[in-house]
Design a protein around this ligand. Structure first.
Ligand SMILES: Cc1cc2nc3c(=O)[nH]c(=O)nc-3n(C[C@H](O)[C@H](O)[C@H](O)COP(=O)(O)OP(=O)(O)OC[C@H]3O[C@@H](n4cnc5c(N)ncnc54)[C@H](O)[C@@H]3O)c2cc1C
Length: 466
């Protein structure tokens, strides 16, 4: 290509390169998605500054109130891999190849998530976020802390920040503004004031509270280390994810109102009685139950959908700011990381035409964001209820057997979402088709006793694969 460029062409290319590097981009929100996006942009050689409401988490403890650890799976790792950070993150995780189900009697039952070698991973939210900030800074990104975005002028690309410690106001004008300021995004709020902006938010009747299981006295794990533990109890559940220091972060998902509900857990006795009755096997492992219960907030769970995600070629929102989902598929951060990945792929093609880049991004990504929002809501029912249901377990076994024989034709929904790169929207469509087929198969007489019989199994294959 260089050979056919004359001097004028070369001059243009040089100016273009300088302009590209001079382009002033700001990211609002240095959470998980904003920090990764900063790395992506910096790797393109773009000047990036990030404005974050909170103080620097690497110097101040700001963990209270947010999940301390979370699950990262294939799509998230793929997004990290594109900027060379996957291996670094894999050193920070505990693999979880399956769920450990705890029943009321304290019996446990391990259910693998996928095939041999497939697993999701528990990672520290703070550790991951801090590492991403470090990497962004190494690439020259400047992060301004204590800077809360309070308003935006979208037309001119101006954001106004209030310093959370001094109260001083700063206005910043940028060529491009990326809103990664989470589920209650101020950037999105400004966009909502423009014409024909669709927005919906819906809260679950359930909230959550974080509790903990400390490491054993010898520093080991009190429960199986390599598992996501679930105590499914129908309308509600307790889960626990391992941390590298031998502890577990435990989350109680419970209705705000009703018989078994946060509103009825107001005294120490009520909390102890509830845990002893419903989760008896875990209580001996939770010496700080009461302190955790009354010291930690009860938080709500929201799904946010909106559109458009861009304002002209100036402003675009990513991650929870454009699609906040409930946490039951472990795909909130992961889908935000995938936003960065998809955006970067499109940027290879459309970088010099931001209007098209933003348009392509929002149009291609929106159906997938809607799909994972729906899938996450469905998975709440699976986690709190179905995992303890014999029909569900039978379906898992049958699906596993079909998948083993026909790995290209039948992949269980959980695996499509968690271990593949298939678009979420396609996984949801296929999942719904599979639901219908499996419902039919599970309605056959005595299927639980004879599905492994070769004649029955070949009938199953016929129905399943069409
Ligand atoms: C209980 C729970 C468990 C979860 N578990 C998982 C899981 O296992 N796997 C998974 O993938 N996802 C999980 N998630 C979802 C995940 O936490 C979110 O999807 C993820 O944090 C979104 O990242 P984000 O950067 O878009 O937003 P956030 O992480 O919310 O970051 C937003 C950032 O913007 C800053 N900010 C906010 N407002 C402003 C402002 N006005 N000005 C400047 N800065 C601002 C905030 O301080 C924050 O740093 C879970 C969520 C919850 C609640």
């Amino acid at each position: 290509m260089t050979e056919v460029i004359n001097n004028r062409g070369r001059y243009w290319l040089n100016c273009h390169a300088i302009r590209k590097n001079m382009e002033n981009n700001i990211i609002i929100g240095a959470g998980l998605v904003g920090s990764l996006h900063a790395v992506y942009l910096a790797k393109r050689g773009i000047k990036v500054e990030v404005y974050e409401r909170r103080p620097d988490m690497r110097k101040t403890d700001i963990s209270a109130g947010r999940s301390i650890n979370l699950a990262i799976s294939h799509r998230g790792l793929k997004a990290l891999d594109r900027v060379g950070l996957k291996e670094k993150v894999l050193k920070m995780v505990i693999p979880m190849p399956g769920r450990m189900i705890h029943d009321m009697e304290g019996n446990t039952n391990f259910q693998p998530y996928g095939k041999e070698g497939q697993h999701i991973n528990s990672v520290s939210r703070g550790g991951l976020n801090a590492m991403l900030m470090d990497e962004a800074e190494k690439l020259g990104v400047k992060i301004h802390f204590n800077q809360r975005c309070v308003t935006m002028n979208l037309e001119v690309g101006e954001a106004t920040f209030k310093n959370e410690s001094t109260g001083s106001i700063t206005k910043v004008v940028a060529d491009r503004l990326y809103g990664t300021d989470g589920a209650f995004s101020e950037v999105r709020h400004s966009m909502m004031l423009t014409e024909r902006f669709d927005y919906s938010q819906s809260y679950l009747k359930h909230g959550y509270k974080e509790l903990s299981i400390p490491a054993a006295e010898n520093g080991g794990f009190r429960l199986e280390k390599n598992a996501l533990h679930i105590w499914p109890r129908g309308g509600y559940m307790l889960i626990a994810l391992p941390n590298l220091d031998g502890s577990f972060t435990v989350t109680l998902f419970l209705s705000f109102e009703g018989k078994y509900a946060f509103e009825n857990l107001e005294t120490e006795k009520q909390v102890l009685d509830f845990f002893n009755e419903i989760f008896p096997d875990v209580v001996p492992h939770m010496p700080t139950l009461i302190d955790d219960f009354f010291g930690n907030p009860t938080s709500s769970l929201v799904t946010v959908k909106c559109f458009p995600w861009r304002f002209k070629d100036k402003v675009i929102i990513f991650g929870d700011a454009s699609h906040a989902i409930v946490p039951f598929y472990g795909q909130g951060m992961v889908s935000g990381f995938e936003d960065c990945y998809v955006f970067d792929q499109l940027a290879d093609k459309f970088w010099d035409d931001k209007e098209s880049l933003f348009e392509e991004f929002q149009n291609s990504r929106k159906p997938d964001a809607d799909a994972i929002a729906d899938l996450a809501l469905r998975n709440f029912i699976e986690m709190r209820d179905s995992v303890a249901n014999p029909k569900f377990l039978l379906r898992k076994q049958i699906e596993k057997a079909i998948n083993a024989k026909h790995p290209d034709k039948w992949v269980p929904l959980y695996s499509m979402v968690t271990f593949s790169e298939m678009r979420y929207s396609e996984a949801l469509t296929r999942g719904k088709q599979q639901d219908k087929i499996m419902e039919e198969i599970l309605s056959w007489d005595a299927i639980e006793d004879n599905w492994e019989n070769p004649a029955v199994f070949s009938k199953i294959e016929k129905v399943a694969l069409g």
